[in-house]
Design a binder for this molecule. Structure first.
Ligand code: C5P
Length: 283
């Protein structure tokens, strides 16, 4: 039995640059790992059997579960037919814009690489992860990175800015495919915000990082899900600092420079929101 942590991410930036011939969108995103995590347990199973179970009732237990897809993709890539039982202790909200499913898939790749002694590099695992989902390669590497292409092409951003993150999950499940599907070309960004965001991170300029965070999917998600719009307004009123959305949503976040400030905001938001989390950047 082997355990592996699966960390969530937030988008510090998300710019959509255009639509690609393969139906995906060309994106430019600065992704940041945070210390909200699932715990993945891996245990040998009879040959060919890949099973998943979880404390969360609302995740699929068949091949739609990205953890299962990852185990299958790794087996296929290495020409193996080994079985594995995967247990997911879920903390990361599901379908929330935090790459929870992708984080689980990445943890399965990292964990099985150890358990099956495959000796694959992080880049090799990331390439296999790209077959499973656009965010999986980032979750294999973790930390902070610029993600381009459909999100699978990564360049590490080695910053040591410390920041606290207060997350609020509005009570709605968002489909990433639907949000991208409703995106119109007027939402495409002419110049990605990452160009200014990355230097701000590298010079540890917290105020600039908070000011520069953007999300080119936010308008589409807000238009489709009124619950997210309402929550955004309430958080903005309570926080007195900028609010941003992660991924295709619905999770909203605020960045704070100190734990005491983050704790105060957490307490205030708990007054009206059921799902609030206090986290920090993980490098
Ligand atoms: O890659 P993943 O399976 O996470 O993507 C889910 C859906 O989100 C895709 O089927 C596609 O509709 C949309 N998507 C997109 N452009 C991206 C990433 C995702 O259009 N860069």
């Amino acid at each position: 039995m082997l355990a592996e942590r699966a960390y969530a991410k937030i988008n510090l930036t998300l710019d959509v640059l255009g639509r690609r011939p393969d139906g995906y969108h060309e994106v430019d995103m600065v992704l940041q790992t945070i210390d909200l995590s699932d715990l993945i347990w891996l245990e040998d199973a009879p040959s060919g059997v890949i099973e998943v179970s979880s404390n969360a009732a609302n995740i699929p237990t068949d091949a739609r579960n990205l953890a299962v897809a990852a185990a299958r993709a790794l087996s296929a890539a290495c020409g193996l037919a080994r079985g594995v039982r995967i247990r997911i202790d879920k903390q990361i909200p599901v379908a929330a814009g935090l790459a929870g499913g992708s984080a689980d898939a990445a943890a399965v790749l990292r964990g099985l690489n150890r358990m099956w002694q495959l000796g694959l590099s992080a880049d090799e695992l990331a390439a296999i992860g790209a077959q499973v989902g656009s965010d999986v390669p980032f979750c294999v590497l973790g930390g902070c990175a610029l993600a381009t292409g459909r999100g699978e092409q990564l360049r590490k951003v080695d910053h040591d800015l410390r920041a606290w993150v207060v997350l609020v999950r509005p009570p709605v499940f968002v489909s990433t495919a639907e949000v991208y599907g409703t995106l119109t070309p007027d939402r495409y960004a002419p110049a990605p915000a990452s160009r200014a965001m990355i230097p701000a991170l590298l010079r540890r300029d917290f105020d600039a990082v908070r000011r520069l965070s953007v999300n080119g999917l936010a308008a589409a998600t807000l238009a489709r899900y009124p619950e997210v719009r309402q929550m955004w307004q309430r958080v903005e009123q309570a926080a007195h600092v900028p609010v941003q959305m992660s991924g295709s949503g619905p999770t909203l976040y605020c960045l704070l420079p100190a734990r005491s400030m983050a704790q105060r905001l957490y307490n205030a938001l708990r007054g009206f929101a059921r799902e609030v989390y206090l986290c920090r950047f993980v490098s």
